[in-house]
Design a protein around this ligand. Structure first.
Ligand SMILES: Cc1cc2nc3c(=O)[nH]c(=O)nc-3n(C[C@H](O)[C@H](O)[C@H](O)COP(=O)(O)O)c2cc1C
Length: 296
């Protein structure tokens, strides 16, 4: 099999096996070497080149070759922000991987992968936050300052390890799921979000139970992207949070599970499938891969 690698944005293969000219021997997992004109390099997070065989950010040294698209349609600023700003003098592909001693490129993953810390729905960080589950008497229990410490330390540690731009955190103020009973959400969550704010994480994801006053407060504190999951409501209600300035992004769970073509249905106003809660948590393909797409 002949593989090649390109990006929609480049409009032309970056790495490919030129079989019509002189086929390169195949190595599993690699589309072989860059084509003429593409000066592909691998950099570490500080922008230094890494040795052969070491993973890093796959970039292309500028200028791009003739034939490569020079911008995004109607969005010059977006092109510069997304592709030319991470490493001075290089085009950022967003892929990670390495180049071996023979110059073969191996794409291993994406540099924009990330971690969402689960601080919601009764999971461990939430148990530290809530008064009914946190009975500690050390510096992780008692006062609000102490109860938020665990979540803030986790976020700090993850951001230190993989970068704040790759780290997000999810919270669910007041959600009683998993036997959580919170008594001081209006004091605790502003304190938590204020303590997380200086970390400059990629985003805060709020599982929103309906306390709009608190959501508005947290929105005012949080400095980067805010994702709101107004669970168990319809699409129009969720999108209204963006229109009202309460959210930058809204997330969707059950509706996406039950509608493989959710985006198309929303776009065309087609009705949504009814989710089947009986198949939510485990089993076979039923309720997992067999929800129908909307009949044309
Ligand atoms: C099948 C399924 C699995 C879920 N698994 C988890 C989970 O592991 N942890 C969690 O905190 N929430 C879980 N949730 C809850 C969702 O994160 C979300 O809060 C809930 O579905 C409401 O939002 P929605 O209306 O957008 O789906 C799950 C929901 C569903 C339907």
């Amino acid at each position: 099999m002949v593989d090649h690698r390109w990006q929609t944005e480049t409009g032309w293969p970056i790495v490919a096996n030129p079989v019509g000219i002189e086929a390169a021997p195949l190595k599993p997992g690699s589309p072989t070497r860059p084509l003429p004109g593409w000066d592909v390099r691998v950099l570490d997070p500080s922008g230094e080149p890494v040795p052969a065989g070491v993973d890093g950010a796959i970039v292309v040294k500028l200028p791009l070759p003739p034939g490569a698209l020079p911008t995004l349609w109607n969005d010059d600023d977006g092109f510069v922000a997304s592709y030319l700003s991470a490493f001075d003098g290089y085009y950022l592909t967003g892929d990670s991987g390495h180049i071996d001693d023979d110059g073969y490129v191996f794409v291993m993953g994406r540099t924009d992968d990330g971690v969402e810390i689960h601080g919601a729905n009764g999971y461990l960080p939430h148990q530290f936050l809530a008064t009914n589950t946190n009975h500690r008497t050390d510096r992780y229990g008692g006062s609000i300052e102490n109860r938020i410490r665990f979540a803030v330390e986790i976020a700090t540690a993850v951001a230190d390890e993989i970068g704040a731009a790759h780290t997000g955190i999810r919270i669910s103020p007041g959600n009683p799921f998993n036997d959580i009973a919170e008594t001081d959400t209006h004091e605790l969550y502003p304190a938590l979000v204020s303590a997380l704010a200086p970390l400059d994480l990629a985003y805060l994801h709020i599982g929103h139970g309906g306390d709009d006053e608190l959501l508005r407060t947290l929105r005012g504190i949080w400095p980067t992207a805010l994702i709101v999951n107004r669970g168990f409501t319809d699409i129009a209600t969720r999108v209204k949070d963006i229109d009202d300035g309460l959210a930058d992004i809204v997330s969707v769970g059950v509706m996406a599970l039950a509608n493989p073509d959710l985006v198309e249905r929303v776009r065309t106003g087609a009705p949504l499938n009814d989710p089947d809660p009986a198949t939510f948590y485990g089993g076979g393909e039923a309720g997992y891969t067999d929800y129908p797409t909307h009949a044309a």
